[in-house]
Design a protein around this ligand. Sequence first.
Ligand SMILES: [Zn+2]
Length: 160
Amino acid sequence: MNKEEAIKKLKVRVTPIGNGTAIDHIQPGVGLTIVEVLGLDVKEAAAIALNTESKKMKEKRKDLILMENRFLTEEELNKVRLLARGATVNTIKNYKIEKKERLDLPEKVEGILQCINPVCITNHENIKTKFSIKKNPVKAKCFYCETSMDEQEIKKYIKK
Ligand SMILES: [Zn+2]
């Protein structure tokens, strides 16, 4: 699904959800990438609000994703961590926020990032990729070939 299709498919319908996951304070423009990476379909995404007004002073605009009856696995959460540092993930059960996490970069990720190096063994054999993540500047280093990827490359090479 490309971004245009995603926009058409997901109606903007912001309603509170009883059970599921809300990803809030996403940097504008990143919301659709998250929808793509998580492979959300219409049934799963109760709402996606792109470029909405934010109550916080610092960020005037933000993306918001509500997922009804959908909870994120640790692997999926790591994908969102790589894409949306500073966003907030709320796990909602029975209309209550059971868990709230402000996302920061993970120290390492397994199996969610593809190595940019075409001759890396992980691109030729069925081996789970492993990367260590560094901040300032953001870099991901492949455990197998030691190739470093910058932030743009990381965002592009997250597995869908
Ligand atoms: Zn590699």
